[in-house]
Design a binder for this molecule. Structure first.
Ligand code: 7RM
Length: 471
């Protein structure tokens, strides 16, 4: 079995993790050797069974005969940090996981023999496991490994790769799109992208502006865009458009359930909400092949985290909307829902409305304690490069846009213009930190070791304090 950590598990957490693994090893007399790959250079505590992987590989043959495994034997354990709580070692098993990863790679991306496919995610994220390694390998695909950032040496990096390697399918995160669209269209247009057929995206809600840029500029309006929804725990893609399906329709949002997935929206009474044009807690009704089997060493925690909130369902923790035609749209994490004078607001909805502003590259919205309204809306906004319009004017326009597109109660009380946002390495905004900053609780930010660039926190605190001292 291979144990990996997602990118959130670094520094202090990595040491904590290795201590946990070492303690577990002392209890497992069956384990003979532990190969350790020192990728980050962190000084983690060693165990007497540890052998450096690189050293062991140097003396081995490159031939590896296959081993027959049982369907439910462990395939890998992925340690994931989550934004709160201690580390969870999620276990994925052999057959079900591989089947799901293989089918999703084939049918969602419309992978055909001979195609050249690139998933640019970090291998340490579940997206890398399922869609760089296991899914493509099961399909015998030509799969590109990408180990860099989208802006080095310049924001044309992905598209240069597409032209040079004639990539047919590309899979990336919304955070990369929002970063790249800041620099305009020239870096895209200077490369030949005619090989591209399917454009994939995963990790966070994909706002309309980024969807259109990806579809219209990158894909020249002729590629299928698959905004795919899934989680570490679900193993592979669960809700997404499927270009290979008969009568496939490609529109904005993650869309329809993948084979074997039965999504349901549940209300606060824990009942299924029937019909269309409704919103609720996104749950999955029956188990499916790719579902993680357990949290290593703590099955009770697995049950308590995923199966208790809505008895009889797997609880995803996300909110979703089922539109008039029965398609699904993710509205964000349920914990992030803001309650303004009794109105429940999904963060994705407000962000999507503001992202339409032509000066805006990216936004993050959180709630902050408000004496009268219960919670107020606080918006962090990153502007595109080269914007000359005065900030005051942009802020006024953003407020007007949210009012017009959603309602008066959705208008942000505060808009803070910032050069960056606190993100994990898979590009997820850590809203917990943003909530603490605007609530003035900078002393209790909690664990920030999962951040790609921790220095942004100081900048945000400074900007917030400047803004509040002005009022
Ligand atoms: C694959 C992955 C899972 C969480 C999930 C959502 C969010 C992922 C989308 C999305 C809106 C999407 N695994 N999420 N994909 N939200 N639209 N297409 O990201 O375990 O790291 O994260 O990511 O909140 O619960 S993960």
């Amino acid at each position: 079995m291979i144990i990996t950590t997602d990118q959130g598990v670094r520094g202090g957490k990595l040491i904590e993790l290795k201590k946990t693994v070492n303690a577990a090893l002392d209890q497992c007399p069956g384990v003979k050797r532990v190969f350790v790959s020192q990728r980050t250079g962190n000084q983690v505590p060693a165990h007497q069974l540890d052998i450096p992987l690189e050293q062991a590989m140097a003396s081995e043959s490159t031939e590896c005969p296959p081993e027959i495994m049982d369907a439910n034997d462990h395939l890998f354990m992925l340690y994931t940090s989550g934004s709160t709580g201690s580390l969870k070692g999620l276990i994925h098993a052999q057959a079900g996981y591989l089947l799901h990863a293989m089918m999703a790679h084939k049918f969602v991306f419309d992978y055909c023999p001979g195609d050249i496919y690139a998933c640019v995610a970090d291998v340490g994220w579940i997206t890398g496991h399922s869609f760089v390694v296991y899914g493509p390998l099961c399909n015998g695909a030509t799969s590109i490994l990408f180990e860099s950032v989208p802006t080095y040496p310049d924001p044309g990096r992905y598209w240069e790769m597409v032209e040079r390697l004639k990539v047919n399918q590309i899979y990336l995160a919304p955070t990369a799109l929002r970063l790249l669209l800041k620099s305009g269209d020239t870096f895209v247009k200077k490369y030949d992208r005619s090989s591209l057929r399917t454009l994939g995206c995963v990790g966070e809600p994909l706002n309309h502006e980024a969807w259109e840029w990806y579809h219209d500029v990158v894909g020249d309006k002729r590629c299928d865009l698959v905004d795919t929804w899934w989680q570490t725990e679900t193993g592979a893609i669960c809700i997404s458009p499927r270009p290979s399906a008969p009568n496939a329709e490609i529109r904005h949002g993650p869309m329809r359930p993948f084979f074997g997935i039965n999504p349901q929206l549940l209300n606060e009474e824990k009942q299924e909400i029937q019909g269309n044009n409704v919103s609720g807690a996104l749950c999955i009704k029956q188990p499916w092949p790719g579902l993680a089997r357990t949290i290593y060493g703590n099955h009770e925690r697995f049950v308590a985290t995923y199966l208790k909130d809505f008895p009889g369902y797997y609880s995803t923790g996300d909110g979703a909307h089922r539109d008039a035609d029965g398609y699904y749209h993710i509205t964000g994490r349920m914990d992030d829902v803001i309650n303004v004078t009794g109105h429940r607001l999904g963060t994705a909805e407000v962000e999507d409305a503001m992202d339409e502003h032509e000066a805006v590259a990216e936004t993050a919205v959180v709630g902050f304690p408000h004496d009268i309204k219960g919670e107020g809306v606080y918006a962090y906004v990153i502007l595109k490069d080269g914007i000359t319009e005065p900030e005051e004017q942009i802020i006024a326009e953003l407020k007007a846009m949210t009012k017009k597109k959603i309602a008066g109660y959705a208008v942000p009380e505060v808009v803070l213009i910032t050069p960056g946002l606190p993100k994990t390495r898979s590009g997820k905004i850590m809203r917990r930190i943003l909530r603490k900053i605007c609530a003035g609780e900078k002393e209790s930010l909690g664990d920030t070791s999962a951040l790609a660039d921790p220095s942004i926190v100081e900048t945000l605190i400074e900007k917030h304090e400047q803004l509040t001292s002005k009022h």
